[in-house]
Design a binder for this molecule. Structure first.
Ligand code: DOR
Length: 438
């Protein structure tokens, strides 16, 4: 008899081979114990009927801003992870621009404690680089890596010259994730466009060259020190083509659903809700990014979930903050693309789970296989539903994709064997665990 406290029956299961098959998945003590047919389990366990549904590994979102502590008027770890539960996101890696900034062991430890108390899904945190916290960057534990804001940040997290960035690449061996925009160029171009209030100006100021300059510098330093580099939210065709020509084996990169699906035309429809960093680019950039993703130049997908209130977004450009929420729409957005034959469901799951677990060396996640953690999402690939503001769980209460009709919405989300989301209901008593990084 298979040891199980929970069994999912009748679903189409995405197997590690990439094939879909009708299988049963048994879960015990937070782990997958068996994947098979006609599994023998005891009678009194929880049964989830997956008829008509597809079972995927839970999404691991490797770039989010959940605002807790310090900016809880925008989002907090409870509301953000309710949104994760609804979006099929079972683990996340969060950025250091919370208050206080996550730049020391003590602050990282505090953040882990807040997450243990509030997070419905599994969590990991970046440590932020400043010009003078090298010992913290080397020692802090546990962390998925070092985040460097080469541009688009202010205050101590802005580490934006080769002179300040190079020592971080030179010392230590843990992963460095870069927000690659050239801050000096941004400052110059802000002067050129001073007085402009059209939000589309944002993409003109922080143009393709702004992103390319910083990506080139990060690549140069990574090669000089053979340092593990991850380039966050790639936004331009030029960066994708550069990496197509020259991407060392120790470098990875990601793209967001919004850089694949929205472009500068979005400003006309949703104004400053389309404002983010790095900014949306042209339709041509989107096409090149898509091809780079399909060709394996881009390794995986992150949302850069970065909520701001509608009041903040209504202040009028350029007084508006950059960023948009994403965790509760990313999986249906990408699965809708799969249904439209832009890619396959197996590719989406690889980009949103398996490849992320590999890149960040998160053990036992990202596959549906015995011994792996029972972080799972059952999605409905036959029904289409719109993105509705009133259903959003994120505290900011809006999405750039409102009104888009999507398929692949999660029906059940499971974190460590616990059902956290079930047909529209969130079990707010569920808590995730701190991720480990090997
Ligand atoms: O648009 C963005 N907003 N990009 C970032 O990298 C940071 C983020 C934020 O924290 O608001």
């Amino acid at each position: 008899m298979t040891s199980a406290s929970l069994i999912i029956r009748n679903a189409q299961v995405l197997l590690p081979s990439g094939e879909m098959a009708s299988k049963e998945v048994a879960v015990s003590d937070g782990k997958i114990t068996a994947v098979g047919t006609g599994l023998s389990v005891s009678n009194n366990i929880k049964v989830i009927d997956g008829s008509g549904l597809t079972l995927l590994p839970g999404v691991i979102d490797p770039q989010v801003h959940f605002r807790d502590p310090g900016l809880e008027h925008k989002e907090d770890l409870f509301t953000a992870t309710c949104a994760c539960a609804r979006g099929g996101v079972t683990s996340f890696l969060e950025m250091p621009n919370t208050l206080p900034l996550t730049i020391t062991q003590e602050i990282l430890t505090d953040k882990l404690a807040i997450a243990a108390a509030k997070s419905l899904v599994n969590y990991g945190f970046f440590i932020g680089a400043t010009a003078d916290n090298l010992p913290d960057l080397r020692e802090a534990h546990p962390t998925c890596g070092i985040k460097i804001f080469m541009g688009s940040a202010h205050g101590p997290l802005s580490v934006d010259t080769e002179k300040t960035i190079e020592p971080i690449f030179a010392v230590g061996d843990r992963l460095i994730a870069v927000h690659a925009e050239d801050q000096a160029r941004i400052m110059e171009r802000r002067k050129l466009f001073a007085g402009q209030t059209d939000p589309a100006t944002h993409s003109k100021i922080q143009d393709n060259q702004t992103a390319l300059n910083a990506t080139k510098l990060a690549l140069k330093l990574s090669k000089k020190y053979q340092r593990r580099l991850h380039i966050l939210h790639l936004s331009t065709g030029e960066e994708a083509e550069l990496l197509r020509r020259d991407k060392p084996s120790w470098v990875t990169t990601e793209v967001t659903p919004q850089h694949l699906l929205l472009d500068v035309s979005a400003y006309e429809k949703i104004g400053t809700l389309a404002q983010m960093n790095p900014p949306l680019k042209s339709e041509r950039d989107r096409e090149i990014l898509w091809q780079a993703l399909l060709d394996g130049i881009i390794d995986f997908i992150a949302t850069d979930h970065a909520p701001h209130t509608l009041e903040e977004k209504g202040r009028g450009y350029p007084n508006t903050p950059s960023g948009m929420p994403g965790v509760e729409t990313s999986l249906p957005l990408m699965l809708t693309q799969a249904k439209e034959n832009r890619c396959t469901v197996a590719q989406v799951s690889n980009w949103m789970s398996t490849a992320v677990a590999q890149a960040y060396q998160i053990p036992n996640k990202g596959l549906i296989e015995p011994g792996y953690d029972a972080d799972l999402v059952l999605v409905d690939l036959s029904t289409y539903r719109p993105v509705l503001r009133e259903e959003l769980q994120t505290k900011c209460g809006w999405s750039p994709f409102e009104g888009w009709t999507l398929t692949g919405w999660p029906v059940v989300t499971i974190v460590g064997g616990q059902v956290v989301y079930d047909h529209g209901k969130i079990d707010t008593s569920v808590r995730g665990q701190a991720l480990r990084f090997e």
